[in-house]
Design a protein around this ligand. Structure first.
Ligand SMILES: [Cu+2]
Length: 130
């Protein structure tokens, strides 16, 4: 006797994945020259006394396309690909320095570094994508 059963599998998609803020980041060795071989990261310990240091900013490699150039805001509107574990693909504004603004070409595919600073998102190390 044969029994045929149809099994419907429902795939549940986890609602939202947040990039977890790890509170013990300061304890981790950043791997730079002065920290190498030490158990804790001396750079972060030093830097916590001086919050203005840009080295503390979070940095992520980014791929995207320059959608628009907002010279008056010194900003670029960039459609970027997903940054796994940090940000989904989207179009957003990035602050850039004067040299980057000057080098920017509308419609150009670029790579760069997203830098999350206290005053917003910056795009650094911008280069035309190959
Ligand atoms: Cu984004």
């Amino acid at each position: 006797m044969k029994t045929v059963r149809l099994i419907l599998a429902l795939l549940a998609i986890p609602a939202a994945l947040f990039a977890g803020e790890k509170s013990d980041d300061k304890a981790k060795n950043c791997g730079c020259g002065c920290c190498k071989g030490k158990k804790t990261c001396c750079c972060n310990t030093e830097a916590s006394a001086d919050d203005a240091k840009p080295e503390q900013a979070k940095r992520y490699p980014l791929k995207g396309v320059i959608v628009d150039i907002l010279a008056e805001k010194s900003a670029l509107l960039v459609k970027h690909e997903e940054i796994p574990g940090y940000m989904m693909a989207m179009t957003m504004l990035f602050q850039v320095d004067a040299a980057t603004l000057k080098a920017a070409v509308k419609g150009q595919a670029i790579t760069g570094t997203l830098v999350e600073k206290t005053d917003g998102f910056w795009l650094e190390d911008m280069k035309p994508a190959k």
